[in-house]
Structures are given as structure tokens and as C-alpha cells.
Ligand binder design. Structure first.
Ligand SMILES: *[C@@H]1O[C@H](CO)[C@@H](O)[C@H](O)[C@H]1NC(C)=O
Length: 240
């Protein structure tokens, strides 16, 4: 009985550890130029990572599908974005990847332009103006600079070391946001066109209300991708 239990445990532990996918080349933990290696390998691996990896349970990002974002904009405005496809993640450019393997921290810098295409429902007031409608929308984050900070702790699972993310934060700076909400005000074209113009002319103010909710969603997506790799691949296969 005991023997059977032990051998089936071993099978489980072997099955749960995946080795590093061939599209990721490891960096050396004690490489004095670790970050040159990390940046180069991240750039090479990302086109594969972004396609998604079923074994790792990492989602496809081309396009990224977001079923629902309920943008928390306070009591005056309700905004829901639904069935969104996010285009442009395949064009993410990595500028910096700073891994500190002594303090278990990473700081990444990326740039991208993202299109969010899908449906919206809006009701309330924005920039003190009444707004309501539902229909198709196109929100474009143009010239985005993103920074992602995370730290992790190491723990043992089945005699192997794994990394687990402890904190993570995504920040975003945009050159411009473009809004296009179709069918505002029950399809009144004049009112709708005017409102879209006001939103675009005041994009920075509008982003203060709707930006954080969208950034948070992107942060969760990014977190889930990194987490998927950390959960399935022993740390010392990523950093050898
Ligand atoms: C969305 O808006 C951007 C910026 O105005 C535009 O370049 C893009 O073609 C639009 N995409 C769709 C699918 O309408």
C-alpha cells in the first residue's frame, strides 16, 4: 500500500514540472550581464509567448480577448466594455528588462499602441456632461510607454524551486488616446459626433476616469502570463 502511494506521488511530481519551452533560452543566474541576456531572450521569446502556450496555460494575446471590463469610474459614471479584442500586443517592443536575482525583483519597460475593439455601455456624466449609449467602440492607446514592476519569492515544490509573484504593478503613459463610441444617445448622430469630439479633445481628462480600470485589466493579463510560466517551470530552468 505504502509503496503504491509513494510511487504514484512521484509520478505526479514528474508530470507537474515542465521544462523550459524551446522558444525560451535561459540566462545564467550569475551572468554579470544578466540583463543583456534577459532583454535579448525576452525579445526573441515574446513572439512565441504572445501566441499562447496550452501546456503552460498561457493565453493567446493576438488578439487578446477580454469578455468584460466594468470600469470603476465612481458614482457619476457607469461604463462597461464588453467582448473586447485587444489588437497590437504582437507589436510590443521591449525597451528594458531589469531582473535583480538577488532581491527577486524585475522592472520591465515596454512600448506599444493598442486598439480595443468591442462593445460598450455608458451611462452618467463625463466631464460634467450627460452621456449615455451602447454600441460598438474603438479605444486606441497610442504611443504607450508601459512599466511593469514585480517581485517574487522562491519556494520548493516536489524538490524543485519555483518563483511565485508577490507584488506586481503596471504603469502606463500615453501620447494620445482616441475614442470612438458609436450609437451614443440612441443613435443621434449629431449629439454622438459632438460627444466623441469632446472626449477626444479632452482625452487626458477622460483617461483619468476610464484609464485606471483598463490598465488594471491589462495588469491582470500580464500577471497571469508571467504566473503561468513561473508556476509550471522550475526557477533554475529559467535562470540556470
Ligand atoms: C480604431 O481607431 C484608430 C484610431 O483612430 C484607427 O487607426 C483604427 O483604424 C480604428 N480601428 C477600427 C477597427 O475601426
Amino acid at each position: 500500500m505504502i509503496k503504491v502511494a509513494i510511487s504514484s506521488l512521484c509520478l505526479v511530481s514528474i508530470a507537474s514540472a515542465l521544462s523550459l519551452p524551446s522558444y525560451i533560452k535561459p540566462c545564467k543566474l550569475d551572468d554579470p550581464n544578466l540583463n543583456d541576456c534577459a532583454l535579448k531572450q525576452t525579445k526573441l521569446a515574446f513572439p512565441f509567448v504572445s501566441k499562447g502556450d496550452k501546456k503552460i496555460k498561457s493565453p493567446s494575446l493576438i488578439p487578446l480577448f477580454l469578455p468584460l471590463i466594468e470600469v470603476d469610474t465612481g458614482p457619476n459614471l457607469k461604463l462597461k466594455l464588453k467582448d473586447l479584442n485587444v489588437y497590437g500586443l504582437d507589436g510590443v517592443e521591449f525597451k528594458e528588462t531589469n531582473f535583480d536575482t538577488k532581491t527577486n525583483k524585475a522592472h520591465l519597460k515596454m512600448s506599444a499602441t493598442l486598439n480595443f475593439i468591442g462593445k460598450y455601455e455608458i451611462n452618467g456624466k463625463i466631464l460634467v456632461l450627460p452621456i449615455n449609449g451602447d454600441g460598438n467602440c474603438n479605444i486606441t492607446f497610442s504611443g504607450g510607454d508601459f512599466t511593469y514592476d514585480m517581485n517574487w519569492k522562491l519556494f520548493e515544490k516536489n524538490n524543485k524551486q519555483y518563483a511565485q509573484i508577490e507584488t506586481h504593478k503596471l504603469d502606463m503613459k500615453l501620447k494620445r488616446t482616441y475614442f470612438q463610441f458609436l450609437n451614443l444617445f440612441n443613435g443621434d448622430k449629431l449629439l454622438g459626433d459632438n460627444m466623441n469630439k469632446v472626449l477626444n479633445d479632452n482625452w487626458e481628462e477622460v483617461m483619468k476616469e476610464v484609464g485606471p480600470g483598463i490598465t488594471q485589466t491589462l495588469e491582470v493579463v500580464l500577471h497571469n502570463v508571467v504566473k503561468a510560466y513561473f508556476e509550471h517551470i522550475p526557477y533554475r530552468e529559467i535562470f540556470v
